[in-house]
Design a protein around this ligand. Structure first.
Ligand SMILES: Cc1ncc(C[n+]2csc(CCOP(=O)(O)OP(=O)(O)O)c2C)c(N)n1
Ligand code: SF4
Length: 303
């Protein structure tokens, strides 16, 4: 992590207000949707008032993956596509932490795609925020797994010929227990989705349309605005699995004339931490390390 991360909390009278942001300047282009995601995460954390020393923000590689540098919480800028294994390791070592993953669509649905289904089905209690700009921003605009059919990029000069990944359907079918989609053009709405994801006990995936103003000239703020609508406004019931799946395919089925955003699906089942016997006496970091003799006897019993 960069050096300049410390921001002091603000104390007024007996009350201390947490300051979650760092003094590092973000690296994003002017107008990049990731600024709004940063503001929304900050708003959600501020409203929840979580102790910043118990928050870990973990990223992969990409423009969006620079997110942890902008916060004064714990943070890891890991490897491309390896955000979820890193976040899982943190959560397993210290299950009392609030773990938030932040990365791009290339990172999460491409190179890291295999990790998504397994982390979702485990239902680890963490929040995964994907800044979906339908392109590879950092490497200057190649096709990503969510790029729409026909979209022309440096790597597909004649247009994309592969079906895009459907993040909502993928996450629901993999077993995620909170599945939502937001838009960088609406911080008030987005911050509430993020807040809900952090509060939710289980694996939350929040896919965010976060336009890349430099390399994706098709899926711009102006392209999204007339197409998106809020699920709340049509009385969608997020506890209804079939309705959630139907909504997950509405964009494809309407040829992107209607794109729903909001909470698609929410359900409750035990988390991995609830079920894993090693956690029955609390987070691993708070437990006694086994002695050399105990380790030896475990090895002898099992080998
Ligand atoms: C193992 C590996 N493969 C490829 C790369 C090159 N690379 C860096 S970022 C990136 C894609 C970034 O796209 P995305 O995850 O969508 O994030 P964005 O930059 O759009 O926010 C790629 C292919 C890398 N760093 N490591
Ligand atoms: S290249 Fe695109 S994704 Fe990267 S910072 Fe610039 S606008 Fe954002």
């Amino acid at each position: 992590m960069a050096e300049n991360i410390t921001n002091q909390n603000i104390t007024q009278g007996a009350k201390t207000k947490q300051v979650y942001t760092s003094t590092n300047k973000p690296i994003w282009c002017a107008g990049c949707g990731d600024y709004s995601v940063f503001a929304s995460i900050n708003k959600a954390l501020t409203e929840l008032g979580i102790d910043k020393s118990s928050v870990a923000i973990v990223s992969g590689i990409g423009c969006s993956s620079a997110m942890p540098h902008s916060f004064s919480t714990y943070g890891v800028h890991s490897l491309h596509g390896r955000l979820l294994p890193t976040a899982t390791g943190i959560k397993l070592a210290n299950s009392s932490l609030t773990v938030i993953g932040t990365g791009g669509d290339g990172d999460g649905y491409g190179i890291g795609g295999g990790h998504l289904m397994h982390t979702a089905r485990r239902n680890l209690d963490m929040t995964y925020i994907i800044m979906d700009n339908e392109t590879y921003g950092l490497t200057t605009g190649q096709t990503s797994p969510t790029a729409l059919l026909g979209h022309k990029t440096k790597s597909t000069p004649f247009g994309v010929i592969e079906m895009p990944v459907n993040p909502m359907a993928l996450a629901i079918s993999a077993g995620a227990t909170y599945v939502a989609r937001g838009f960088s053009g609406d911080v008030a709405h987005l911050s509430q989705l993020i807040k809900g994801g952090i509060e939710h006990k289980g694996f939350a995936l929040i896919d965010i349309f976060s336009p890349c103003v430099t390399f994706n000239h098709d899926n711009t703020y102006d392209w999204f605005r007339p197409r998106i609508y809020k699920l709340d406004s049509v009385g969608h019931d997020p506890s209804n699995l079939n309705a959630a799946m139907e909504k997950a395919f509405e964009d494809v089925q309407t040829k992107y004339e209607k794109i729903p955003i909001g909470l698609f699906y929410k359900t409750s089942r035990p988390t991995y931490e609830d079920l894993e016997l090693s956690f029955k006496n609390g987070p691993l970091v708070k437990q006694e390390m086994p002695t050399k003799e105990q380790i030896q006897s475990i090895l002898e019993e099992n080998l």
